[in-house]
Write a protein that binds this ligand. Structure first.
Ligand code: DOR
Ligand code: ZN
Length: 347
């Protein structure tokens, strides 16, 4: 039988949570084996709020990357009141700190140090705009009066448009967009790009809630409607430079996911690329996967394109794939809504 394969420039993950300690050691291999680089989020129990903490975290990660792995970790700083203008200027020329992440207070895991009033940060946005530092945004309001399904669109309308108006040259990544409204908004901007996760491309809120509750699909921002999911798929397969992959892979052990108050987060690194290939194949868009996973993010972040390619092969029968990983605190479920996977990386 003829062998079906796909060669693509090495993919990058522009949004991942690697955690620290034992969890880091358990999940990191799935990132360095599948991606050429990753942008690592700063929401640890002690948030990464300055360059020195980022350097320590970077070193902790690098120690665990085997020699010969073709992988570059890129870091982020957590935006707080403690960040100085000087520190931002240093970030602008820093070797591996590539963005400053803004969390609205209370929006997600470890966001207690996040922001309540965005206007208090305008003096820092000004320096970021001047020095070309990218602002990465978790785009949701956290006002309890706003319905959880509306938090992204209200954020875009009430917060993001104001920031953009005030700082038209600030480079922004609106992270893990979830809605048709967000896709439309991004298409209308010149300096704003967006990451899209695999889970928002593949599942919707009905799948999460209509036939029993599926805590493994619970994430922030929460899954939206099928209409929204389709708009995200169209954005991803369009090849448009403003959209690129950020898995938002966010591991939590089973005991924390399946609980009376479960954590938001989906662990998707292990099967991320095979799942995406299947999605793009389903939409007859395999030619558009390379811009989405390998090129657009690098272009936005101003990095040289990868040169080497990786090969994925389609097997005639579904492959036995990893279901979960074990840690001493319990297992972590691997995201796989398709069940059957046919593509795998050729070693
Ligand atoms: O679902 C999520 N989990 N969304 C986020 O923004 C954070 C993440 C986490 O760190 O658990
Ligand atoms: Zn995230």
């Amino acid at each position: 039988m003829e062998k079906i394969f796909l060669d693509i420039l090495r993919p990058d993950d522009w949004h991942v949570h690697l955690r620290e300690g034992e969890m880091l050691s358990s999940v990191l291999p799935f990132t360095y084996e599948n991606f050429g680089s990753a942008l690592i989020m700063p929401n640890l129990d002690t948030p990464i709020t300055n360059i020195s903490l980022a350097d320590n975290y970077y070193n902790e990660i690098c120690k665990q990357i085997p020699k010969g792995a073709e992988f570059t970790p890129n870091m982020t700083l957590y935006l707080t009141n403690y960040l100085s203008k000087d520190e931002i200027r240093k970030v602008s020329t820093h070797k591996y700190i590539k963005a400053i992440k803004m969390y609205p207070k209370g929006a997600t895991t470890n966001s207690d140090s996040g922001i309540s009033d965005f206007k208090n940060f305008y003096h820092l946005f000004e320096v970021m705009e001047e020095s070309g530092v990218i602002l990465s945004i978790h785009g949701e309001v956290t006002d309890e009066k706003v319905d959880v399904f509306e938090r992204e669109s209200v954020f875009i309308e009430k917060v993001l448009t104001k920031i953009i108006k005030q700082f038209p040259n600030l480079k922004i990544v609106l992270e893990h967009i979830t809605s048709a409204d967000a896709v439309k908004f991004i298409n209308e901007q010149s300096m704003v790009a967006a990451t899209i996760t695999i889970h928002h491309l593949m599942v919707n809120r009905n799948i999460m809630l209509s036939k029993g509750i599926r805590p493994d699909f619970y994430c922030a921002p929460i899954l939206k409607t099928e209409y929204d999911r389709r708009a995200l798929v169209q954005a991803a397969i369009s090849g448009n430079r403003k959209f690129f992959l950020g898995t938002d892979s966010a591991p939590h052990v089973e005991g924390k996911k399946i609980a009376s108050c479960g954590c938001a987060g989906i662990f998707s690194s292990p099967l991320a690329i095979p799942l995406l290939i299947q999605l793009f194949e389903k939409h007859s868009s395999l030619k558009k996967i390379e811009p989405f996973v390998s090129k657009n993010g690098r272009a936005f972040y101003g990095l040289r394109q990868h040169k080497d390619r990786v090969r994925y092969v389609k097997r005639p029968k579904s492959i036995k794939v990893i279901k979960d990983i074990k840690t001493s605190d319990g297992k972590i479920t691997v995201f796989n809504p398709y069940g059957e996977i046919y593509w795998e990386k050729e070693n």
